[in-house]
Write a protein that binds this ligand. Structure first.
Ligand code: F3S
Length: 386
């Protein structure tokens, strides 16, 4: 891999041990994937933020990176709680203290303390064709597919290294030819409602590559579908004919075909007595927030079901009128956290959600041990209204 003189100096430790370590991570990754060089990036997005996820080792590692600053705008993934709801989320003293130290370590590096998996709405907006280094899988697939920015699925450490160096190894989805579809996914139905995330789960289970779909839907439908396929598989990008910006050049002759029948979508559909409805995995868009507000306005919430909505702080602040309507209804609109990385799945064991990704992680079969049902937004909202 070609390095510039300055990159070599960093690698030799001339600018200190922390920078040397960050550069050596990028170079190692680049060598593994046959990158020809490092390329400048426009932004980074860091996972590995919740103390629940990275623990003491992660905190120790972050604090060991003394004196380094990020070179590009960088934002964080959700953390373990919304500080306004520490009692409700049963956040321990230790968690409060350690999570605070993690955020402080990131802020000392110049990272914006906004903690969301949807930075693309307001906080960290990539443009078409820009190279970026993002880590959150749902944000990676959104940025590549819906925006047309270019990022591999970075890990927590590689995204941080890229943010600090301001560059990423030039391989994978940074290269035009690697962004082509590998599979055409044909459906025997036109998806609607909760079928988008369920189709996403099915694709993630069936293929490893870049799917090409001929379906219709809106941005939120595709956001939920993409997050689900990135969770159940390792899919970093998809194309939707007539919708995503790169679909025209996406098909090669050697593309494989797979077929998904409606009957196959039998995940998370069993009726359960839901205790918590969780919307916002990925964090809600302005449109989703407005739909919720309009639906619950002047209605009464059932006492035995909670409704929690998860949003980026920026979305929550900009659309405070809708937030007020939702909270007047008796629901919570939380920021900086989510149903998966907070204690929500320990406090409530029967959860209804619009999200295939949340269902995947919260379910009994995976880590969360919860009973989960996936339904479309309005079906869930109807079930929480008296
Ligand atoms: Fe975002 Fe948490 Fe879901 S990080 S994509 S809301 S699991």
């Amino acid at each position: 891999m070609h390095l510039t003189k300055d990159e070599e100096r960093i690698l030799e430790g001339e600018y200190g041990e922390s920078l040397r370590m960050m550069m050596s991570i990028l170079v190692k990754i680049g060598e593994i994937y046959n990158a020809d060089r490092l390329i400048p990036i426009a932004s980074a997005q860091i996972s590995g933020v919740s103390y629940n996820t990275i623990g003491d080792h992660g905190l120790h590692f972050l604090r060991s990176l003394r004196g380094v600053k990020v070179k590009v705008p960088t934002t964080l993934n959700p953390l373990a709680f919304d500080k306004r709801y520490v009692d409700l989320l049963k956040v321990s003293e230790e968690m409060l203290e350690k999570q605070g130290k993690i955020i402080k370590a990131y802020v000392n590096m110049g990272i914006r303390p906004t903690a969301t998996c949807t930075p693309y709405y307001f906080d960290n907006i990539p443009k078409f064709g820009q190279h970026i280094a993002w880590a959150e899988s749902s944000a990676v697939i959104y940025a590549n597919s819906i925006i047309g920015a270019r990022t591999n699925r970075e890990g927590a450490v590689t995204a941080l290294a890229a943010a600090i160096i301001g560059k990423a190894p030039n391989y994978g989805l940074h290269l035009e030819e690697e962004r082509k579809a590998t599979h055409i996914v044909a459906l025997d139905f036109e998806p609607k409602g909760e079928e988008y995330p369920l189709v996403g789960l099915a694709i993630g289970e069936r293929i490893s590559g870049i799917p090409y779909l001929r379906i219709t839907g809106d941005e939120d439908d595709f956001k939920l579908m993409g997050a689900a396929m990135a969770a159940s598989g390792s899919i970093p990008m998809y194309h939707v004919e007539g919708y995503t910006p790169e679909y025209r050049n996406a098909l090669n002759d050697d593309v494989e075909r797979i077929f998904i029948e409606r009957d196959e979508l039998d995940y998370f559909r069993e009726e359960i007595d839901v205790e918590l409805i969780a919307i916002g995995c990925p964090h809600v868009s302005a449109v989703e927030l407005r739909r919720i507000a309009e639906f619950v306005k002047n209605k009464k919430k059932k006492k035995d079901i909670e409704l929690w909505v998860f949003a980026a702080k920026s979305v929550r602040q900009r659309f405070s009128e809708w937030v007020r309507i939702i909270e007047d209804f008796g629901a919570k609109v939380m920021e900086d956290t989510c149903v998966v990385v907070s204690n929500a799945g320990r406090l409530y064991r029967r959860i209804g959600t619009t999200s295939g990704k949340a269902a995947f992680y919260l379910s009994k079969e995976k880590f969360g041990g919860c009973e989960v049902v996936v339904k479309d937004l309005y079906t869930l909202l109807r079930s929480v209204v008296e």
